[in-house]
Design a protein around this ligand. Structure first.
Ligand code: HMG
Length: 393
């Protein structure tokens, strides 16, 4: 019995900042942002959105009435947790009205957390084939105003329903992983923003890819020409391309061109959103599946997950017969197109807003489906303002 991703969706806030405007404002050449880094727009959230609202909004697009009874676990991969103790998954479980006899928890290892959650889900479903696991990768990639990483910021969540006999992508048992204790990007408990060694993070990403890719090749015998596409963790869209290019001399020119074309399809959404940390690889996968005109059922996709610190994994999946029917291409593209552009001044003001702390209260209104409507006694209260676009069951 094959296990894998049965449903797949993402959610991003309805505001964005244009990268030309940011570059001009910061005194940089816009070509650096668009070409050197490969980012065109940055998703921006309001203060009444957090990883819980993003995750609930992404998941509510794929969770059907029947799923609520069949989900045994809600796992959230994140590095933007809102509480040192209580897991966001518990609140999302409540907001989505999942049956009570379920496990709900968070996993953390920088951007790798979503992949850890996905594989944990797969192992559970292998032994409980009539049950489902809801995996959410939800994050706010924030480096700070005018910081080195600012141009790579982003916000959003991806939700995946993991089941037996999946209708989109099987996940194979062929992962290769790597752990190396490296300080390329980390965020001490006291700090709102991460500490980043940009050049080290870039080189560690590429070296980690080469290591897990070559190890995978040795173990499985699969070469670049055996893949219909490769999908990467995308901290900014130039990054995955550099990693891919670093191994392309292992194949001929025709395969190089083909894999680079698929890579371009996998970064279309990320160019307009930015880094989603745990969700980035899966936003790339959605972009690939929804924008490629050449992929078809039975195709083999390779996935590279990277979390600073550093843990990485390479694994494969096969596209299932009829997978196109279960994609949400139109509504995803509508969500991207319907966003409102903000000025740099608006971005700076919205980015700097904070929820009340130390027991203070505040109330909010919103036009985003799930949002925070008040904070009181250090508890965030959530409300569903509008229905999210429902997905077919
Ligand atoms: P920087 O100093 O702003 O940029 O840092 P740069 O000077 O290195 O330039 C970037 C590229 O733009 C270069 O291209 C320049 O040549 C080019 P490259 O040589 O690398 O191919 N460039 C131009 N191109 C066209 N026209 C121009 C122009 N000027 C320059 N006029 C950096 C960039 C990515 C380091 C910074 O933004 C940063 O620190 N970002 C955050 C860290 C990051 O994303 N690292 C990626 C790997 S780590 C990772 O993936 C994990 C992560 O997701 C976190 C987690 O796991 O939780 C981040």
């Amino acid at each position: 019995m094959k296990i894998g991703i049965d449903r797949l969706s993402f959610f991003i806030p309805n505001l964005y900042l244009d990268m030309t405007e940011l570059a001009n404002h910061r005194g940089d050449d816009p070509a650096k942002y668009h070409i050197g880094i490969g980012q065109d727009q940055m998703a921006l959230n309001r203060v009444s959105e957090d990883i819980i609202t993003l995750g609930a909004n992404a998941a509510s697009r794929i969770v059907t009435e029947q799923d609520r009874e069949l989900i045994d676990m809600v796992i959230v991969g994140t590095e933007s947790g809102i509480d040192h103790s209580k897991a966001s998954a518990v609140i999302i479980h409540h907001l989505l009205k999942v049956q009570p006899f379920a496990r709900s928890f968070e996993v953390k290892e920088a951007c790798y957390g979503g992949t850890a959650a996905l594989h944990m889900a797969k192992e559970y479903v292998k032994n409980h084939q009539d049950r489902k696991v809801l995996v959410i990768a939800s994050d706010m990639a924030r480096y700070g105003l005018a910081s080195g990483g600012e141009v790579t910021q982003g916000v959003g969540a991806v939700a995946m329903m993991v089941t037996a006999d999946p209708r989109i992508l099987t996940i194979e048992d062929d992962s290769t992983f790597l752990t190396e204790d490296i300080y390329d990007f980390w965020r001490p408990d006291y700090s709102e923003f991460p500490i980043v060694d940009g050049p080290l993070s870039n080189s560690t990403y590429i070296e980690s890819f080469q290591k897990v890719w070559n190890h995978h090749k040795e173990l499985t015998g699969l070469k670049l020409e055996d893949y219909d596409a490769l999908s990467f963790h995308i901290p900014y869209t130039k990054m995955g391309k550099k990693a891919l290019q670093s191994v392309l001399d292992q194949t001929d020119e025709e395969n190089q061109t083909r894999l680079l074309e698929r890579y371009e399809e996998s970064i279309r959404y990320s160019r307009r959103v930015g880094n989603l940390y745990t969700g980035s690889l899966y936003l790339g996968l959605i972009s690939l599946l929804e924008n490629s005109q050449t992929l078809s059922s039975g195709d083999r996709i390779g996935l590279f997950s990277y979390g600073s610190g550093a843990v990485s994994e390479f694994f494969t999946g096969y596209l299932v017969e009829g997978y196109q029917e279960f994609l949400m291409t139109e509504s995803h593209q509508e969500m991207l197109d319907a966003r409102k552009q903000v000025t740099v001044a608006e971005y700076e003001a919205i980015f700097s807003e904070k929820l009340p702390e130390n027991g203070e209260s505040a109330e909010y209104t919103s036009d985003v489906p799930f949002s925070i409507y008040k904070v009181e006694n250090d508890i965030r209260y959530y409300k569903q303002y509008t229905q999210n676009l429902a997905f077919i069951s």
